[in-house]
Ligand binder design. Structure first.
Ligand code: AQP
Length: 342
């Protein structure tokens, strides 16, 4: 059966890239799949987080899920640290994945920066925990942005290696010839990689020191309009066809954002704005962004004002997530050869 798993880190500054590349897609997937949406707080602490802020950030991401239209009753919304199976399975995967595989992960290289010796071990092993997140539920489909493609490939390699390493035991325990499904990344739509508003070659990111580089989900209308007005562009007018966006990363990015927010293709957007100046287009883009983001922000603020309700949603989702992950983790322990009390 098809099951979707995806997560968002509660690292603050939730932005339009997270919304368009991930959360908005999650909302659509609810119609066709059983979905599990996770606030991955254990991933967040691979880089130090202020404990008080972390709680607020977990509630903020949960509020964004709910405000965007994720139904926590029909699907599962929870925070990772409440389901111990993530950590347990990640340990097994630490022993399945190879150092060489993790050494090739570009996100670790980017996040660790020059001083790799000073990065946390958790940051290095991050992709193993991500594989555990997905595979603890035997999830088959994972909607993510382009930046997570390499981690998904690693999750498939881990699943495959586990299936091979333990093939005999898997068969002996009656699980057939493969215990873990190989999860499929779903990287689709016009917003798989929203770029920084200050530099069209860098992705929009929570950790960019410049607040002008991103639209935060908590920005008010004036701030959104000002950031779009100040967004970097080139001196040429907008092209009339999508292929004219090649080699113009900033223009390409703004057109993609417009397309994703309006549910149109970039070609359709250029059909309306192509040949015209950026100023006209930016005004329309600011109006559209505010119209789409403001209701979500308002609903997020309403939800955040009642942390007790958010925590109850997470507790309920965690219990339902655990009910799926516990038998799978028990089976993993049997396959690996651990003794457990029954
Ligand atoms: N710029 C982006 N465009 C489209 N999708 C994006 N995602 C992130 N940035 C973009 C997608 O959002 C989901 C959640 O991401 P995350 O919070 O788990 O971590 P991240 O990818 O590390 O996000 P950031 O914002 O870039 O944070 P930092 O600055 O810490 O690196 C994922 O599906 C991701 O693909």
């Amino acid at each position: 059966k098809n099951r979707v798993f995806s997560g968002v880190q509660p690292t603050g500054n939730l932005h339009l890239g997270n919304y368009l590349g991930a959360i908005q897609r999650f909302v659509e997937m609810q119609k066709t799949h059983d979905c599990i949406f996770c606030v991955v707080d254990m991933h967040a602490v691979t880089v130090w987080q202020d404990p008080h802020e972390l709680k607020n950030q977990i509630r903020e991401v949960t509020a964004a899920f709910l405000a965007a239209g994720i139904d926590p009753k029909a699907h599962i919304v929870f925070n990772q640290s409440q389901v111990a199976e993530h950590a347990e399975l990640a340990w097994i995967f630490n022993c399945v994945a190879r150092m060489g595989w993790l050494n090739r992960m570009t996100q670790f290289k980017e996040k660790a920066g020059k001083d790799r010796e000073a990065a946390s071990v958790g940051l290095f092993a991050y992709p193993n925990l991500m594989a555990a997140d997905i595979l603890a539920y035997h999830a088959t489909h994972v909607p993510v942005g382009e930046d997570q493609k390499q981690h998904l490939e690693l999750a498939r390699d881990i699943a495959q290696k586990f299936n091979n390493d333990f093939a005999e035991s898997i068969a002996a325990h009656g699980f057939g010839d493969a215990f873990f499904p190989l999860p499929e990344p779903l990287i689709q739509g016009p917003a798989t990689r929203i770029m920084s508003l200050r530099d069209g070659t860098k992705k929009m990111s929570k950790s960019d020191p410049s607040d002008l580089s991103r639209i935060n989900m908590t920005d008010d209308a004036d701030t959104i309009a000002a950031k779009i007005r100040k967004a970097k562009t080139d001196p040429e007018p907008l092209p009339s066809e999508a292929k004219g966006l090649e080699g113009r990363p900033e223009a390409d990015n703004l057109v993609s954002i417009f397309a994703a927010l309006s549910g149109r293709t970039p070609a359709e957007v250029l059909g309306e704005f192509g040949g015209g100046p950026f100023s006209t287009f930016k005004t329309a883009l600011a109006d559209l962004t505010v119209a789409r983001v403001a209701p979500v922000t308002a609903e997020m603020q309403r939800l955040i004002a009642d942390p007790g309700h958010i925590d109850a949603v997470l507790a309920d989702g965690s219990a339902r997530a655990r009910a799926i992950a516990t038998p799978i983790m028990d089976a993993v322990k049997d396959v690996v050869g651990f003794i457990r009390s029954r």
